[in-house]
Ligand binder design. Structure first.
Ligand SMILES: *[C@@H]1O[C@H](CO)[C@@H](O)[C@H](O)[C@H]1NC(C)=O
Ligand SMILES: *[C@@H]1O[C@H](CO)[C@@H](O)[C@H](O)[C@H]1NC(C)=O
Ligand SMILES: *[C@@H]1O[C@H](CO)[C@@H](O)[C@H](O)[C@H]1NC(C)=O
Ligand SMILES: *[C@@H]1O[C@H](CO)[C@@H](O)[C@H](O)[C@H]1NC(C)=O
Ligand SMILES: *[C@@H]1O[C@H](CO)[C@@H](O)[C@H](O)[C@H]1NC(C)=O
Ligand SMILES: *[C@@H]1O[C@H](CO)[C@@H](O)[C@H](O)[C@H]1NC(C)=O
Length: 340
């Protein structure tokens, strides 16, 4: 049975968190149609949800603007706007926890102070045709964060924000991302960061294709901390257009310039294919792997040139094993066959 609820909100300020099916909080939008009973829900957001100022907000629930918890087959759609009101005191605007079969489509998210959409512990998620537009000065505002979430499809959405457009974090499996325009902003589509404080984390089966990156510090990236455990495997970045990006193709296993440690997350089977455009720094490709090495790295059909004609784009590798074919620019190849 499909239950259709219409949530029309135009709230200038309210005194409590909005939690759907949460435990301790007060304003419960289940009454607007979202049911936490594992049945289908269809919630429309029209008008504007405007985040309140800090003083208007209950103290005990100051990390998420709206928290959806344990709802199956929730659809959140409409032409609405979620305006985080530029205040930097909560972590994320929309948090979806244990929401299997989640669909988010057609919303515009502006001026959020933290990650706009965070999905954790959910399966079968589709996010499409959303717009995220936050000034890049808003630090640490990721567009979409995925954690321990399987079978995700994110497509056809422009995202500009203050950190990663999309961050694929530990426990993500079978993630498809396509037709995303990322930037202007700070970072692009990143796996990680993973393995902080020695954590054991896994990311597998990610395909990022037909995406454009415009003016950012990085475009497609895998970032891990020295000392972590686990692996990153079966990752494809293909059909990518880069415009004036600092580090377009980047594997960073020494995240935040952390020195090498004995243990590291193992990276293997990563393809960068059909990647075209311009970089603003010297380094078009950086594959800075841990000493245990990245294996099966496949670079194919790449033409990334520097916008500075006097400084040809370069490629740098540490312990990157695999092969490089049809590389027009940067010149040179430092991906090596694995020595056995
Ligand atoms: C989630 O909802 C299902 C169905 O109502 C329920 O059986 C389960 O206990 C809930 N899980 C949590 C963690 O609240
Ligand atoms: C991701 O793409 C692959 C290959 O195109 C397809 O087989 C798979 O079903 C897709 N998964 C999702 C979650 O959309
Ligand atoms: C690639 O994305 C653009 C929009 O970003 C779209 O117009 C085009 O059809 C896509 N191409 C493919 C092959 O999906
Ligand atoms: C992804 O799914 C495959 C197949 O079910 C499984 O073997 C693997 O452990 C999963 N990886 C993660 C990161 O969950
Ligand atoms: C590329 O980036 C530059 C500088 O940010 C910008 O002026 C230009 O419009 C961008 N080009 C495209 C095709 O987006
Ligand atoms: C590589 O990119 C440069 C700069 O955009 C362009 O002039 C050149 O024609 C491209 N080469 C090929 C073979 O596509």
């Amino acid at each position: 049975m499909l239950i259709v609820g219409i949530l029309i909100l135009s709230i200038a300020s309210f005194n409590s968190c909005m939690v759907v099916n949460g435990k301790k909080h007060t304003l419960d939008v289940i009454q607007y149609g979202a049911k936490g009973d594992g049945k289908s829900d269809d919630t429309q957001v029209m008008g504007t949800i405007l985040g309140p100022k800090r003083n208007d907000w209950g103290k005990e629930c100051s990390i998420m603007l709206i928290h959806f918890f344990n709802i199956s087959r929730l659809t959140l759609e409409g032409s609405g706007v979620i305006n985080g009101n530029g205040e930097g005191w909560w972590d994320r605007a929309l948090q979806f926890d244990k929401c299997n079969g989640l669909k988010i489509t057609g919303l515009t998210h502006i001026n959020g102070p933290g990650p706009h959409i965070a999905v954790t512990d959910s399966n079968d998620v589709t996010i499409s045709n959303i717009h995220i537009n936050t000034p890049k000065e808003s630090h640490n505002t990721d567009g979409i964060d995925l954690t321990r979430t399987n079978r995700v499809n994110i497509h056809d959405s422009p995202i500009s924000c203050g950190d990663d457009c999309i961050a694929i974090k530990g426990g993500s499996n079978f993630t498809n991302i396509s037709q995303i325009t990322c930037g202007p902003g700070v970072h692009g589509i990143s796996v990680g960061s993973l393995g902080g404080h020695g954590a054991e984390e896994y990311v597998e089966n990610l395909i990022v294709k037909n995406c454009t990156f415009n003016g950012a510090a990085s475009a497609v990236k895998i970032k891990t901390w020295p000392g972590g455990k686990g692996h990153v495997k079966n990752i494809i970045f293909k059909d990518i257009i880069i415009n004036q990006t600092n580090f377009p193709v980047y594997i960073d296993q020494h995240y935040m310039r952390t020195p090498e440690q004995d243990q590291a997350i193992k990276i293997s089977k990563v393809t960068f294919s059909n990647i075209y455009g311009t970089c603003i720094g010297d380094d078009a490709i950086v594959l800075d792997c841990a000493k245990i090495g990245c294996d099966n790295i496949n670079l194919n059909q790449i033409n990334i040139t520097s916008i500075n004609p006097k400084k040809p784009a370069s490629v740098k590798c540490n312990y990157a094993h695999g092969k490089a074919t049809n590389i027009i620019s940067p010149r040179g190849n430092c991906v090596t066959k694995k020595q056995n």
